[in-house]
Design a protein around this ligand. Sequence first.
Ligand code: NAD
Ligand code: MG
Length: 377
Amino acid sequence: MKKIAILGSTGSIGTQTVDILPSIDAQVTALTTNKRIGLLETQARALRPKMVCAFDEAAARDLKIKLADTDIRVLSGMDGLTACAAESGADIVVTAVVGMVGLLPTLAAIDAGKDIALANKETLVCAGELVMRAAREKGVKILPVDSEHSAIFQCAQAAQGNRIAKILLTASGGPFFGKTAAEMQGVTREQALRHPNWSMGAKITIDSATMMNKGLELIEAMWLYDMDPADIEIVVHRESIVHSAVEFADGAVIAQLGTPDMRLPIQYALTWPARVPCRAPHLSLTEIAKLTFYPPDYEAFPALGLARRAAREKGDRGAVLNGANEAAVGLFLDGKIGFADIAARVAHALDSIPYQRELTLDGVLAADAEARRLARA
Ligand code: NAD
Ligand code: MG
């Protein structure tokens, strides 16, 4: 039986992870939330983990009262999140928290020799170099949950020792596909939160609208598959059926297809290399009938170019890009800045913060803090 810790179990990926548990032979060792303690209590009573964490201190105090009749340990803050990742007795940790808050617990889990089912892309964007190095040193597997990266992982199994020449990273294009920058000037929070194909947390939904999500995924793919970002092509594919593809030296392209449902990539990260029946609906190609592909519009979606630049330059640029983006998306969701200001603030942070090539954990944390400060100023 596989022992699983789920960080961010109350979110979109977290609840879908809980949903597929009956399909796999698993025991949950830890669950965490920021503040959604009502749902966390329900999950904890059903799954009986050894420990749980509410990141928010006040929420953790309330959760402790709610779970007082159980023997489940209730923790809080970064120490609690890290303990759930590294000390709950898990074999594999699902990192489904949103944002770079996932970095320290992910590193702690790797250090403790736990495999990682990685949904939390911000961790690789900020510190991919450090995370992948730590995983290599500890012999830990990083199994991708992000649908595109799971697709690439599945396609890469056709490589048989051959190098992947190119990655075709597909993108839905988000709610504003086909619009010019000028047409997107005044879009509202509600419009940006209306994703055509996927139901996800607020932050990643805004990232999909700006297409920063695809930029973050470009960097995520670069680190996961040790690719030159120039060999990762972004392809807009409105139907979200082809989840991504890889190309080999002879020109053969291998793609993974499926309905847009995160439960398959989540489950595969937990059962790999086995495949077991999944609750996600199966694909009917004849019902879909038509698949379309377009080049991305780098002018209308400047976040793509900013992410490409950070991918090329490496060092602390991923941390700067991500920190500024997290802060700017937060401001947009709070109604404090406009849609176009998100990319503008990220660009400003990349232009203003001095470049550090050598990456250390302290350097990542410092770059992140400075990028957030600038983006909020
Ligand atoms: P979400 O907002 O729905 O859930 C986030 C989870 O993290 C919740 O459990 C929340 O309580 C917790 N959390 C939030 N802030 C926290 C903090 N400061 N400290 C500790 N915990 C905190 O987000 P989501 O859509 O599930 O996305 C989670 C991650 O997975 C993100 O990195 C996202 O990019 C990635 N991802 C999501 C999807 C998707 O379909 N939702 C697809 C691919 C990748
Ligand atoms: Mg994705």
